[in-house]
Write a protein that binds this ligand. Structure first.
Ligand code: ZN
Length: 144
């Protein structure tokens, strides 16, 4: 199943406050603007990071904590509904002082040093809503 995007709606471009939680702040922006479906991208830096890695066999997220200053090389994500509320699902690539990349599923616990974001709203007949997927153990978009 897929949803046809009829047009783009609001486009939010701005900078997150220093010290804010990256995922929480992006989610709050979407909820405040009533964005139910869309895409998110951002660049910047964090003072610490927490990312998830989904263990497909065990069906659990393992979280990795990085207590160091890191560049946000690329944050890419989408917005859809989960439990009736705007939900941001994003992955992030971070760079350390040596230019090495690390990253994963964006989790709460990434503290913003500076972050420039763009959020684009998608308008469709109805937004995608996440639901439990038995094959993966994840809350995913329906595929049939
Ligand atoms: Zn993910």
């Amino acid at each position: 199943m897929e949803v046809t995007v009829k047009s783009t709606g609001k486009v939010l471009v701005g900078r997150l406050p220093k010290g804010s939680d990256l995922l929480e702040a992006l989610t709050q922006l979407c909820q405040a603007a009533g964005i139910q479906m869309g895409r998110v991208q951002a660049i910047g830096a964090v003072t610490r990071a927490r990312v998830g890695y989904y263990d497909q066999a065990a069906r659990v997220y393992n979280f990795l904590d990085f207590n160091q200053d890191l560049e946000i090389l690329a944050l890419v994500g989408n917005v859809s509904l989960k439990d009736g509320r705007s939900f941001v699902h994003a992955h992030v690539t971070l760079g350390d002082a040596q230019g090495q990349a690390l990253g994963g599923h964006l989790a709460e616990g990434c503290e913003v040093f500076a972050c420039e974001y763009e959020i684009v709203e998608y308008q469709a007949e109805r937004p995608l809503e996440r639901a439990w997927d038995q094959e993966t153990g994840l809350m995913l978009w329906p595929n049939k």
